[in-house]
Write a protein that binds this ligand. Structure first.
Ligand code: ADP
Ligand code: MG
Length: 300
């Protein structure tokens, strides 16, 4: 029993550090039951600091390990490269494989074939600690622990000063809200704690990721469960958070990604279109269709 604790605690750290959703958190634990955690290679090394922020998929095929031997792969040969500091967007229908792409970057799973390069090296050659340290995720559903807001924030940076917490919370548009709570930063949240709105939780998640200050930020439909007013506030916080780092935004609403350096349209486990908004809108393909649909429904 005791022997099992350390790897589990290690995974909890991974989960916390990655701003993971409750669902993903649960999935990580299920995954432990199915198979031991992916172990570092014997000669694993940290990511190359000179190339941090570069991500490349090279003909990645991926089938979920629990999907059965005869299951069709979820990703069927995905290739792309994102340069340091770029803002890349992934769009496409539900079930296309966008979240799966985001799971493979921190090596939650290993590819079936092909390879994933992080800062120029195959993720299987890297220390997972280094991947975790350099990647932050804000997803649709934020997991907050039954602990104070200050403690929830410090999961991202143990030992952060009060000033650092306030600075991150201000940048995430949540400081004023926190100080309006009865116990301020000492307000206990999470299960059976002080009830926060979806937008407040998301902004705490963003403050957490700002404290962590990762070189790669993954935003997986981070605003899709919010009403349009909190969406606006959270989107502003996300724009602040993505400045100066490689950002991968999985977008529900296309209006948030029109200025992306590159947009990848995913459908059925493949990238079916890629380019800037202007290029894709002019191409008259899948993206142009999605965009026209959203513009007309927004105008209605
Ligand atoms: P998207 O984010 O584009 O909506 P996902 O990457 O979540 O798509 O899912 C792609 C496909 O992979 C879906 O068919 C989904 O059912 C499947 N899938 C997702 N997670 C798992 C899992 N843990 N095990 C098996 N199949 C999964
Ligand atoms: Mg998804």
């Amino acid at each position: 029993q005791a022997r099992l604790m350390w790897p589990l605690l290690g995974l909890m750290r991974v989960a916390l550090d990655l701003q993971t959703s409750q669902a993903l958190f649960a999935r990580i634990f299920e995954y432990v039951d199915l198979r031991p955690a992916i172990a570092d290679a014997p000669n694993a090394h940290p990511a190359n600091a000179a190339k941090l922020g570069r991500i490349e998929f090279d003909d990645v095929v991926f089938a979920y390990p629990d999907a059965g031997a005869d299951a069709r792969p979820t990703l069927k040969g995905v290739s792309f490269a994102i340069e340091p500091g770029q803002f890349a967007a992934f769009v496409g229908p539900s079930g296309a494989g966008k979240t799966t792409v985001s799971y493979l970057i921190p090596r939650f799973h290993d590819v079936t074939s092909g390879r994933i390069l992080f800062a120029g090296d195959d993720v299987r050659e890297l220390e997972q600690e280094s991947l975790v340290a350099n990647i932050g995720i804000v997803s649709q559903e934020t997991y907050l622990f039954h602990a104070t807001i200050a403690e929830n924030l410090r999961y991202a940076k143990p030992g952060a000063s009060d000033e650092e917490l306030v600075f991150a919370a201000q940048a995430a548009n949540i400081h004023d809200t926190i100080v309006s709570f009865p116990d301020g930063y000492d307000t206990v949240v999470g299960e059976r704690g002080y009830r926060l709105s979806g937008g407040e939780k998301q902004r705490i998640a963003i403050a957490r990721v700002l404290l962590k200050d990762p070189r790669v930020l993954i935003l997986d439909e981070a605003t899709s469960s919010l009403d349009s007013i909190s969406e606006r506030v959270v989107q502003d916080a996300l724009d602040t958070a993505s400045a100066g780092r490689t950002t991968i935004a999985i977008a529900h609403r296309l209006s948030t990604i029109v200025s992306a350096d590159v947009i990848f349209v995913v459908d059925g486990g493949r990238i079916v279109e890629r380019g800037s908004h202007a290029e894709l809108a002019a191409a008259g393909g899948v993206y142009a269709g999605l965009y026209r649909e959203q513009v007309s429904s927004a105008g209605a």
